[in-house]
Design a protein around this ligand. Structure first.
Ligand code: LIP
Length: 316
């Protein structure tokens, strides 16, 4: 039970219900699409920043459902967000109806519904559901992080296929340096200026051989959904996720899943004037997530910071 008398489990139950309905809506939209009939309502800031009518319909479904149950709570959603709207300490739903819209438009099944709940600007309940795989990740503060698998029943509902398992999966190993890691990165839709250059230079450093000053990581993955990337790090099959430019709704749900699974979230920018930022706000827009490990988590973050070439700046 939280400081403002909200039961995290009760919020989670509401998330289970609305995630299934949202999942059905996305599958129905997919099934009614043919490759040529994918219409997206608009592009937002540029041609790589897409939105579809399904994004808007699913957000409406989620906001009306949750706010009818919790009328005094606030709602921050990708498709209705007004730039500059501050996140305050009030109970707030932070939601991305379709995280991975570009994947959705292209029919690539790495898509999720990301339902987050924040109190005092901290993520305390999170659920991430990929309707194509049926995989659902969820967590409540102090309640641990879990994964279960559902399957559609064909009449708009879902049934359990695999029982829940606790995250991380298996015994996490200690970190022994960046050169043994797999890193998730994203292009995002900001493709010019110093933010883009910082990303490109840093990817180069991460991949480059050590004798040329690189980190020689095992490999990088660019999967297209911040929320699913955070869940992959929570599960432990991806070691690190680094991105600048995504938003509070892309990371809120996955954040509590990551930390309840023993992972940490640090600044996506390197320390300035020696000031290491281990605590960052949900609205920071520069994120570095590292999986659970019996040793070497903070050393890995510091080594990673050492390979970031440049500095990223984004307004929320
Ligand atoms: C996406 C994020 C991804 C980022 C994309 C976009 P969307 O969210 O999940 O990490 O690289 O630019 O922000 O727009 O698909 O909900």
């Amino acid at each position: 039970m939280s400081s403002c008398n909200v039961s995290y489990d009760e919020v989670l139950q509401s998330f289970f219900e609305v995630a299934k309905r949202a999942g059905t809506t996305i599958l129905n939209a997919t099934n009614s699409q043919t490759s040529s009939s994918t219409t997206y309502l608009d592009t937002k800031k540029n041609s790589a920043d897409l939105v579809t009518e399904t994004d808007k319909a699913v957000e409406k479904l989620i906001s009306t459902t949750l706010l009818s149950k919790y009328p005094t709570f606030k709602f921050m959603g990708e498709e209705t967000y007004k730039p500059g709207t501050p996140l305050d300490d009030s109970p707030t739903f932070i939601v991305d109806p379709i995280d991975g819209t570009t994947n959705f438009v292209h029919g690539h099944p790495y898509v999720s519904i990301a339902l987050g709940f924040a109190l005092e600007q901290k993520s305390v309940v999170g659920l991430v559901f990929n309707p194509y795989t049926g995989i659902m990740y969820y967590a409540t503060k102090g309640g641990g992080a879990w994964k279960k698998v559902l399957e559609p029943t064909g009449d708009g509902d879902w049934k359990l296929r695999n029982e829940r398992v606790k995250l991380p999966i298996g015994e996490p190993s200690a970190f022994a340096g960046l050169d043994g890691t797999m890193v998730a990165v994203e292009w995002g839709s900001d493709r010019s200026g110093s933010n883009w250059q910082t990303k490109v230079n840093t990817w180069n450093r991460l991949g480059r051989s050590k004798d040329e000053g690189g980190a020689m990581v095992h490999s990088a993955r660019c999967l297209g959904s911040a929320a699913l990337n955070l869940c992959a790090v929570a599960e432990g099959h991806v070691d690190i996720y680094w991105e600048g430019g995504c938003w509070a709704w892309d990371v809120c749900a996955g954040w509590i899943i990551l930390t309840e699974a023993g992972g940490i979230m640090a600044d996506g920018n390197p320390p300035s004037d020696g000031n290491e930022r281990w605590e960052i706000p949900i609205t920071h827009r520069k994120y570095l997530a590292v999986r659970a490990a019996p040793g070497g988590q903070k050393e890995t973050v510091k080594e990673f910071w050492g390979h970031i070439e440049g500095w990223m700046e984004y307004e929320h």
